[in-house]
Design a protein around this ligand. Structure first.
Ligand SMILES: [Zn+2]
Length: 356
């Protein structure tokens, strides 16, 4: 017994040493705000990259990452994201001026003066209402499904700046260091009984919109598509691949995964980052299985949710139950949910398409 005990202790000590030797230096989460804490070897050897430490969007005049491999991702409400990389700016969705019934994003559409490419997931107003004005001001190329781009053409966007894609045929578009593959997805379709019940309860306990707010909403809504075909024909997922192989899957609605998405993912295997809308179904018993379907399909290293914020008279969609369910199944996955405009930076040389 004694010998066994000694051996066990020795083995345990060896295992602990091995773990310590392999462990990477930790990064204190406070390091983002307190430079003195930023002491791990990887960071200390280089200056702080302003693009990774401020909440000013690159598209409103903020810094683009200085590091040649650094990608900055910022969430700006609903399914809007800004990607900045190698001197370029890509916007995913464009719904910025949301009206007085929404928490402020900290910038206005009119302040977005720089963008190279805008990808629109689908044409509902809460995904594209500022796409035309931002596209015209920045000269960015805008990509969308036929329903989406028809709406852009009706808003005086230069046809030369528009790319219409169905997502049914494999197409790869290159924009500098970004490769973009549109894939036909499917819009979320929350059960009507749930939506009606929660909607009714919320209306009973929240202030009615004023006439001014109703007019404001009508104007914003008119800059989007209200065609029911958006569900099956107008919702695109985008596989974005950087020049070094780093992959991002973007999906701006929490609907079922399509065969087009499955085929694309069978080809590439997995992605580094998934930016995926949370289902609008309120209840965790419905939103969790939908998130698991997305995550099992895209197999990301890092999961960043989208579309989880809400107007003042609605509910934010809970992300923690999704994170917990995803981690119960895939303990290695990293989940990140930041505030509006806060950067998440990646060293993209470290990516799933390279052996590591
Ligand atoms: Zn929608």
């Amino acid at each position: 017994m004694k010998i066994y005990g000694h051996s066990f202790v020795a083995l345990a000590a060896l295992a602990a040493l091995a773990t310590a030797a392999q462990a990477r230096p930790f990064t204190d989460p406070r390091a983002e705000n307190i430079p003195a804490i930023e002491t791990d070897a990887g960071f200390a050897s280089q200056p702080r990259d302003p693009a990774c430490h401020t909440s000013v969007l690159a598209s409103t005049g903020g810094a683009i990452p200085a590091g040649p491999s650094t990608l900055a991702i910022r969430w700006t409400g609903f399914a809007n994201f800004e990607l900045s990389y190698k001197g370029q700016i890509m916007l995913l969705d464009a719904y910025f001026d949301r009206g007085s019934n929404f928490p402020p994003l900290g910038f206005k559409a009119a302040e977005v003066t720089r963008a190279n490419v805008i990808l629109i997931g689908h044409g509902h107003h809460d995904h594209m209402s500022d796409a035309a004005s931002v596209g015209i001001r920045t000269g960015a190329t805008i990509i969308g499904a036929p329903l989406t781009t028809a709406k852009l053409l009706s808003q005086s966007v230069d046809p030369q700046k528009i790319r219409t894609v169905s997502g049914r045929e494999p197409i790869v578009m290159e924009f500098g260091a970004f490769k973009v593959e549109p894939i036909l997805g499917r819009h979320g379709d929350p059960p009507k009984t749930l939506v009606d019940a929660f909607g009714g309860a919320l209306r009973a306990v929240t202030p009615k919109l004023t006439d001014e707010q109703l007019a404001e909403f009508a104007a914003i809504r008119s800059r989007g598509v209200q065609d029911p075909r958006v569900v099956t024909e107008g919702t695109l997922a985008y596989l974005i691949t950087l020049d070094n192989g780093f992959r991002i899957m973007y999906r701006d609605s929490g609907g079922r995964v399509t065969d087009f998405e499955k085929f694309a993912m069978e080809r590439v295997g997995r992605v580094d980052v998934a930016l995926v809308a949370v289902s609008a179904s309120y209840l965790n018993t419905v939103t969790v299985p939908q998130a698991l379907e997305h995550i099992r399909t895209y197999k990301p290293d890092v999961y960043i949710p989208a579309h989880h914020d809400a107007a003042y008279n609605n509910l934010w969609r809970a992300t923690e139950p999704l994170f917990q369910a995803v981690k119960d199944e895939s303990p290695g996955i990293v989940t990140v949910s930041k505030g509006y405009r806060e950067p998440v930076c990646f060293n993209t040389d470290h990516n799933v398409s390279r052996a590591r």
